[in-house]
Write a protein that binds this ligand. Structure first.
Ligand code: SAM
Length: 206
């Protein structure tokens, strides 16, 4: 009985998750921050954030040796700030100072993240037309918003705001979490050198 009850609960959760996936894929409506946070946690993005933090720590240690503290991190499509929590926690554990800037198109999500101290700076904007000057970030993270780039300026903007030697980090999520050839080609056409292309795209500005 107990096993059947648990299975019912699990399949109900899967149905709910599927409904939410369809909702976000079809409406692109991220205005309800509480709802998106529940969805992101059901997708285990809070756990994924710790893994991303460890990857970023490896890259940042390398940058820090070149004498540039605090490390400037930009995350776009930052949503409710779960990635910021994992990355800042991992860097803090390694005693690496950073300034974490979160950018999203949706102000409600930024307000939610800001109210919970998930990151340091919160900017509403478009990742295809970034409201920042050239060469000010060491690391640029973007996850889960590959389908929202109609203008084709995403990579040229990422390249522009990164300092020389800075890294673009794109963790892959979803049913097929591997970097596509198209994604690599787009990054390379903007001038990036590909460092890693498996379940992460990591590209460096030369
Ligand atoms: C599926 S969520 C991305 C997952 C998110 N990185 C997380 O950790 O939960 C998509 C996000 O992209 C944002 N977004 C969509 N188009 C955007 C754009 N042009 N510029 C910035 N953010 C955008 C949405 O507001 C939403 O927060």
């Amino acid at each position: 009985m107990r096993t059947r009850g648990r299975r019912n609960k699990e399949s109900q959760l899967t149905d709910e998750l599927r409904c939410e996936m369809i909702f976000y894929a079809t409406t692109h409506n991220y205005s309800d921050a509480e709802r998106y946070e529940r969805f992101a946690i059901d997708c285990k993005l809070d756990k994924k954030a710790l893994e991303i933090g460890a990857v970023v720590r490896g890259l940042v240690s390398d940058l820090r040796e070149r004498g540039r503290p605090p490390v400037q991190i930009l995350e776009t499509a930052s949503a409710t700030g779960l990635t910021a929590v994992g990355v800042v926690a991992e860097l803090t554990r390694a005693r690496i100072m950073c300034i974490y800037t979160s950018l999203d198109a949706e102000q409600n999500l930024l307000n939610y993240a800001c109210a919970r101290g998930r990151g340091h700076k919160f900017v509403q904007g478009d990742f295809e037309a970034l409201p920042f000057s050239d060469e000010i970030f060491d690391v640029y993270i973007m996850m889960g918003a590959a389908g929202y780039r109609p203008k084709g300026t995403f990579y040229s903007e990422a390249y522009r705001v990164l300092r020389s030697g800075g890294y673009y980090v794109m963790p892959q999520i979803g049913p097929q979490p591997t970097v596509s050839e198209r994604e690599k080609a787009d990054a390379m056409s903007a001038g990036f050198i590909i460092i890693r292309a498996d379940n992460y795209l990591i590209a460096q500005k030369s």
